[in-house]
Design a protein around this ligand. Structure first.
Ligand code: GLU
Length: 446
């Protein structure tokens, strides 16, 4: 069987790191099996879905490098859901219910307060035709639930191993709302059948849905796919991520300067016992990906890990890979020499601008040790300069002043860069050039 997976976000907010992890896990799983990764936009909730969020999902996945083979939008598949309604209706397992949301909530609270599981009492099943007409005459329109079998539902989970949900512990799911629209619960199954999805890989918050959906697959005469439920991602305080709370969106991380591969490198290994290593492309992550390595404990996301990977990836990045992006932040004139000098000192690419300013614009040098600086100006070699110039110059300076180590280098660094630390001076020096170097050593009016 060809592996076909789907990532199925609801366009009700911006994708967050937890969503990105689900998408990546699906993508890597498909890539590993040479299967297909399908993007499905779950927009059956018309009130909360927004086209701009759907568009942002495309942008975010594209940025992460997660290309999709097909893109399916649920709101354009209403005909398929209507056909499923007919088919389920014919099985006799769809039944009309008339409770309002408030009534259901009251019943739920009551059940909980009596120590019972808050499972729907199937009152709708007891309504005969006259009773239904009376309710409709009151102005109520029915929504439709699917009558579950009360047997335990078991499946072999790709992450959790043998799994089951006891019979009677889940409410009969609503499959069609009072306005006739299908719910996610139904639409997802119909799509998974029509798209020949082989593996449904999603967060463990969907395990109860799986129990219900397996029965719907069967009622529709289809074999259920394989299921895998990964543990959820939590933040450093142990709290989960949510689109509604707007937590840690991909777009925010991107705007802050996170490299897509830093995020992918982290998310691919979080929740496994494997070390998180910076990988330059998805192929490297694919090679080592295995669903079975995901643990059952919540995976902890720590932004500090992300920035460490970011710095590490930038440090390894060749100039060709960043030339366009440097130009886009105003550094059209930056060249490989500049990039190779500064890349080891960046946490985010945009910080290259600070170093560009150091080598190309006016800064206010910090002149702490006039004697050393005066001698340094005197001994400054003639151009042309290269990376050996620094050693020759500071060697002569050490002899002339009797200084060495930090006592020699630190005043030079402060004068040349106005910063305490930074890229190797032997690399910055040729970028600065003699005129600028001399001016910084001598100060204004010299
Ligand atoms: N739209 C659902 C969600 O965002 C999809 C769940 C699934 O993968 O079936 O949670």
């Amino acid at each position: 069987m060809t592996v076909r997976v789907r990532f199925a976000p609801s366009p009700t907010g911006y994708l967050h790191v937890g969503n990105a992890r689900t998408a990546l896990i699906n993508w890597l799983f498909a890539a590993r099996a040479q299967g297909r990764f399908i993007l499905r936009i779950d927009d059956t909730d018309a009130e909360r879905s927004r086209p701009e969020y759907a568009a942002a999902i495309d942008v975010d996945l594209h940025w992460l490098g997660l290309a999709w083979a097909e893109r399916v939008v649920q709101s354009s598949r209403l005909g398929a859901y209507a056909a499923a309604r007919q088919a389920l209706g014919a099985t006799g397992r769809l039944y009309a219910c008339y409770e309002t949301a408030e009534e259901l909530e009251t019943a739920r609270r009551l059940a909980l307060s009596r120590g019972r599981p808050p499972v729907y009492d199937r009152a709708g099943l007891d309504l005969d035709a006259p009773a239904r007409s009376r309710l409709e005459a009151e102005g109520r329109s029915p929504h439709f639930r699917f009558r579950l079998d009360d047997r335990a539902i078991a499946w072999q989970d790709g992450v959790r191993g043998p799994s089951h949900v006891p019979g009677g512990s889940v409410s009969d799911p609503v499959l069609f709302r009072a306005d006739g629209r299908p719910t996610y619960t139904l639409a997802s199954v119909v799509d998974d059948i029509d798209l020949a999805i082989s593996d449904v890989i999603r967060g463990e918050d969907h395990a109860a849905n799986t129990a219900v959906q397996i029965q719907i697959f069967q009622a529709l005469g289809a074999a259920p796919p394989r299921f895998a439920h990964h543990a959820l991602l939590v933040d450093a305080s142990g709290a989960g991520f949510s689109k509604r709370l707007g937590s840690l969106s991909l777009r925010a991380l991107r705007e802050e300067g996170v490299e897509a591969m830093a995020l992918a490198s982290l998310l691919a290994r979080l929740g496994t016992a494997d070390a998180v290593t910076p990988e330059g492309d998805l192929a490297a992550l694919t090679a080592s990906f295995d669903l079975a390595r995901l643990g059952r404990a919540p995976a902890r996301f720590d932004a500090a890990d992300l920035w460490r990977l970011n710095a590490e990836l930038l440090r390894r990045m060749p100039f060709a890979a960043v030339a366009e992006r440097l130009a886009a932040i105003g550094l059209e004139a930056a060249d490989a020499r500049f990039w190779e000098a500064v890349r080891g000192n960046l946490t985010r690419l945009a910080e290259a601008r600070d170093w560009w300013q150091v080598v190309r614009s006016d800064i206010t040098p910090v002149r702490e040790d006039p004697d050393v600086l005066a001698a340094a100006a005197r001994l400054l070699p003639a151009e042309p300069w290269d990376e050996t110039t620094w050693a020759a110059w500071t060697g002569a300076l050490a002899q002339a002043t009797g200084r060495k180590g930090k006592a020699l280098y630190h005043p030079l660094r402060l004068a040349l860069t106005a910063r305490d630390s930074g890229p190797e001076l032997k690399r910055l020096l040729p970028l600065l050039g003699r005129v600028r170097t001399l001016a910084r050593l001598q100060g204004p009016g010299a």
